[in-house]
Design a protein around this ligand. Structure first.
Ligand code: ADP
Ligand code: MG
Length: 279
């Protein structure tokens, strides 16, 4: 752990990940859809870097490009100075879907699988590392359970444990908590931050929620609507779950909303459903 933090400090000068003027396009039946337009940003080791923007602005496509699944139409993505050209175990993606765990494998087998396949660890080494990773996300007691016996939040923790066990250079998360109920989502955000404190990884996190971006991120890249272009890059390490209700947090959320949509967020409306029920 000590050597790891030292390395993080000494790497601070050079970015770990560079996204350099990247445009991403889809060609479908003769039409070209531009998902992002010349997007640039640097992620440093230890950052919790958030891509924030409205639905359809190209966040998922950007993450897939960093993961190596989508090639840029122009520009370049570099990890530790080397051009990203294909997927690799140094970049692991955690998705939103719960059912990313094969149901016929137990929890520990799910975490072990990529360690054996992609990292080439022996069964014993993989098991030890998998159990260690499950311990970190608080699921050591569920190692031999099957995914269908777990809640959505627990399955998502297994997916995170599986990703962290691979010790990727960057952990990529695409709206990982979007499908969870509000309370579970909040707990997962809390756990992710605690995990980041303990394990000290580099995170690239996608969300369309301004609040989530402020809570999770140490830096936030704001993307404009389709095609995604960089609107601004902000520091947000001063905000946390604890400050979420506070006036400073609300003011920052309001500022971001204005930057994204050109006008302040509307005052909360009286809930329609409740009025309808009253009628
Ligand atoms: N496989 C695909 N084929 C064609 N167009 C796509 C594909 N995936 C995404 N797009 C388009 O690219 C744009 C960005 O999509 P996406 O990256 O999913 O946005 P976000 O994650 O920000 O909601 C959208 O206009 C979407 O319709
Ligand atoms: Mg998306």
């Amino acid at each position: 752990m000590a050597t790891h933090s030292l390395r993080v400090v000494s790497d601070r000068a050079a970015p770990l990940l560079q996204v350099d003027s990247v445009s991403l396009e889809f060609r479908t039946s003769g039409r070209i859809v531009r998902a992002t337009h010349r997007v640039s940003f640097d992620v440093h080791a230890g950052d919790r870097f958030v891509l924030l923007g409205p639905s359809g602005c190209g966040k998922s496509t950007l993450l897939k490009a960093v993961a190596g699944f989508v090639a840029p139409a122009e520009g370049e993505i570099r990890l530790e100075g080397r051009r990203v050209q294909q997927p690799g175990p140094d970049r692991i993606v955690v998705f939103q879907e719960f059912d990313q765990l094969p149901p016929w494998k137990t929890v520990v087998q799910n975490v072990m699988f990529p360690l054996r396949q992609a990292r080439g660890l022996s069964r014993a080494e993989a098991r030890e590392r998998a159990l260690d990773s499950l311990e970190k996300v608080g699921l050591a007691d569920f190692a031999d359970a099957y995914p269908h016996t777990l809640s959505g939040g627990m399955k998502q923790r297994v997916a995170i444990a599986r990703a962290l066990a691979m010790r990727p250079k960057v952990l990529l998360m695409d709206e990982p908590f979007a499908a969870l109920d509000a309370l579970t989502r909040r707990r997962m955000q809390e756990e992710l931050l605690a995990l980041w404190d303990n394990a000290g990884f580099t995170l690239l996190f996608v969300t369309h929620s301004i609040e989530e971006a402020l809570v999770v991120g140490s830096r936030i890249l704001l993307l404009s609507p389709h095609p995604g272009r960089v609107r601004a890059e902000l520091n947000s390490h001063q905000f946390s779950l604890a400050s979420q209700g506070g006036t400073e947090f609300q003011a920052a959320a309001q500022r971001i909303h204005t930057m994204l949509f050109g006008e302040p967020a509307a005052e909360p409306q009286p809930p329609r459903a409740r009025r309808a029920v009253g009628r």
